[in-house]
Design a protein around this ligand. Structure first.
Ligand code: CU
Length: 688
């Protein structure tokens, strides 16, 4: 964590954003007891997955936690399946374990130590020339067991990564390239004057077996997951943070710049293929696609993952190469999420040379935050888990789980394909044609994210896309939707809530997709362009959550004779989603100046609630979904008395309010999704 500092309120402090860092903000301890939730709502799903949905998902993909001996902290960070149903698993604690028996019906696996003493390895692959590559923070290492006793005896340094010592300088990978080299993705540092204090931070680099390094692409922030597909295309996942409006996956080609400018500090070094320079990037405060349109070299993400809706800290990516053994999604990508302990699914397509596609929810309810996904034998998926540092949904702090397809096919949107005037949705089984033909059973809206220095972005320029025509295919396996207001570069939320499977009558297992439309394809329109589309499709200017209001009283009231009020309270944040002072005391009816300062590395706010209503306000904030960021995650509710804006790391906000006249314990919370369970306190109002 950064040293404590107390910056004065600034313009930066007033920005409103939503965010999470690296594999991110967390849901640590964010579980409500079942009896505390009377009516399961969409809000609850962010805290504790809907047991009804998880039970439905479990019918199709069965989850099996792998028991871990009490004396091993697995924090599985890399998983290599090997012949004979063995696994070789790296841990964030620096060990590598053989695991035998992880495929058994009721696993009681045997753990055997292969190597130890490594520095936070976050992946492992077989080396073509023998042994195994692991990426430690400071180097790519080849581990070899020369005497075949099951224990590594050679630790060969293949290539050293420059590091400055920031806790945020993770090295992700390695991933084997089709040419026999390996690639590693280097996380940027956090805080400080530069986030790339050492060369090649924020880059993906390729390393030959004899240790020659070639920088491939720049602009990565926190690339916890990346992969090369069976077609040879590289994609990396990035986490929301400064310059990164929301989670996303980006296609990587040599010379690409994905958006985080810290890495450009090294773009002049020999070997760099990236032409952009630090001075090319300023704090644009414009939609990312607008900047990308005029800046060659700035790569559009292939798919955006809306923050707090489809994860908060995306991580491992794996292509379904099981040829149907894992279900009906062969060739698609699965992407894990650490904070929300779930897996999403991505179906890509390439239009006019540009990758784009849809992301869908897939499976939640895991025991812990997932950072790695790997396929073992027989189409079995393994998930490596850790909650340390950021917390995660679920009861465990670390783990390894197995996921298998049961052979049943769920009714799902299989993929979404762009059209010149809309989308085609395909399904895993025929849809009931009557329900599918009704435009009111669909809802489409578009939005994007800002490209700026600040941490995360609210969805911006959001407009509804009116649906003008629906055509159901004769075989019921697809539906074409045509509408207005679709925009290139924008994310399109597609809801298909009213559909039923023709045969079973089942609703869709997951009825929402988010399609990133980088390019319209050529082809025939089935509706004409709207003559007034320009007027129809202008987003209303949203009310800024930062302006002073009755409940966000950020201006000194004219009636106060003392600018400090009767009492000034300095309230700060602590790592692990906590306020630094859980109990504040004020006199009833007194004037309070509250200075909320955020020295943590994620976004927080302060929301003062009516007595006993903190949890309800937290749940209502979660239910805001895409609307949340623009409202600083403060719901409209009589239970909210006063609040600050959502505050960036190392910034602050000051509010001026008069304490309630009724004595009592008033709860205050941070209402950012998932924080309220631990980030709360009491404002005790005492009688004068
Ligand atoms: Cu918070």
């Amino acid at each position: 964590m950064k040293p404590f500092s107390f910056p004065s309120p600034s313009a930066r402090a007033r920005r409103v954003l939503v965010g999470a860092f690296l594999f991110s903000p967390l849901f640590a301890g964010g579980l409500l007891a079942a009896d505390q939730v009377q009516n399961p709502s969409s809000a609850e799903r962010f805290i504790r997955p809907s047991s009804e949905l998880v039970a439905r998902e479990e019918t199709y993909w069965k989850r099996t936690p792998i028991p871990i001996p009490d004396d091993i902290v697995l924090e599985a960070s890399g998983i290599l399946p090997l012949p004979g149903k063995r696994l070789l698993v790296t841990t964030r604690r620096g060990e590598v374990w053989w695991i035998d028996g992880a495929y058994d019906a009721n696993p009681q696996p045997k753990f055997t130590l292969f190597a130890s003493g490594l520095h936070e390895p976050l992946g492992i692959i077989a080396a073509p020339k023998g042994g195994y590559y692991v990426a430690q923070r400071q180097e790519l290492t080849r581990l070899v067991d020369t005497d075949n006793d099951g224990r590594a005896d050679i630790f060969e340094t293949v290539y050293k990564f420059p590091v400055s010592g920031s806790y945020h300088e993770y090295a992700f990978g390695p991933v084997l390239a089709p040419n026999g080299n390996v690639r590693v993705a280097l996380n940027v540092a956090f805080g400080g004057a530069t986030q790339a204090p050492a060369p090649w931070r924020g880059w993906m680099v390729e390393i030959t077996p004899d240790g020659q390094m070639t920088p491939v692409a720049a602009g990565l922030r926190s690339p916890c997951g990346f992969t090369v597909t069976s077609q040879g295309d590289w994609f990396f996942a990035d986490n929301q943070g400064e310059w990164v409006g929301s989670g996303r996956i980006t296609h990587v080609e040599p010379g690409d710049f994905a958006g985080h400018p810290a890495s450009l500090a090294w773009s002049r070094l020999p070997g760099s293929t990236v032409k952009l320079r630090p001075e090319d990037i300023r704090d644009f405060e414009e939609p990312f696609p607008d900047v990308a349109k005029r800046m060659p070299g700035l790569k559009l993400p292939a798919v955006w993952l809306p923050h707090a809706v489809l994860g908060i800290s995306n991580s491992g990516i794996v292509e379904d190469t099981t040829a149907g053994k894992f279900g009906p999604f062969a060739g698609q990508l699965f992407i894990a999420d650490q904070g929300q302990s779930k897996i999403n699914r991505i179906a890509l397509e390439k239009i006019k040379g540009v990758w784009q596609g849809a992301v869908f929810p897939f499976r939640e309810g895991f025991n812990c935050g997932i950072i790695r996904l790997t396929y073992g034998e027989d189409g079995v998926m393994f998930a490596g888990e850790t909650a340390r540092g950021w917390g995660a949904v679920g009861p465990a702090q670390q783990g390894l789980e197995r996921l298998e397809w049961t052979g049943k096919v769920p009714f799902e949107i299989k993929e979404v394909r762009a059209q010149p005037d809309g989308f085609v949705l395909t399904f895993t089984e025929p849809v009931d044609p009557i329900a599918a033909a009704k435009p009111e059973n669909y809802n489409i809206s578009g939005f994007t994210y800002l490209y700026h220095r600040a941490y995360g972005s609210a969805p911006v320029n959001r407009v509804a896309c009116p649906i003008r025509k629906v055509v159901v295919a004769p075989d019921g396996l697809s539906v074409r939707l045509a509408g207005a207001c679709l925009r290139e570069g924008y994310v399109h939320e597609i809801k298909a809530t009213g559909l039923r499977a023709a045969k079973s009558g089942e609703p869709l297992l997951h009825a929402t997709a988010y399609y990133t439309l980088n390019r319209f394809p050529d082809g025939n329109r089935i509706i004409p362009l709207e003559p007034n589309e320009a007027e129809l499709c202008v987003a209303p200017v949203p009310a800024a959550a930062t302006v002073a209001t009755a409940k966000h009283p950020s201006r000194l009231p004219g009636t106060w004779t003392n600018a400090d009020g009767d009492r000034t309270i300095l309230l700060g944040t602590l790592p692990g989603m906590k306020f630094d002072t859980p109990l504040l005391t004020v006199a009833a009816g007194s004037n309070v100046r509250l200075v909320f300062r955020n020295s943590d590395d994620m976004l927080h706010n302060f929301v003062l609630c009516a007595p006993g209503r903190g949890e309800a306000v937290g749940a209502a904030a979660l239910a805001l979904g895409l609307e949340g960021p623009a409202k600083s995650y403060v719901p409209e509710s009589a239970d909210v008395l006063y609040h600050t804006a959502l505050i960036q790391p190392e910034a602050s906000d000051t509010i001026f309010f008069t304490a309630p006249t009724a004595p009592g314990d008033y709860e205050f919370i941070c209402s950012f999704p998932g924080h309220a369970a631990t980030m709360k306190g009491i404002l005790r109002v005492e009688a004068r």
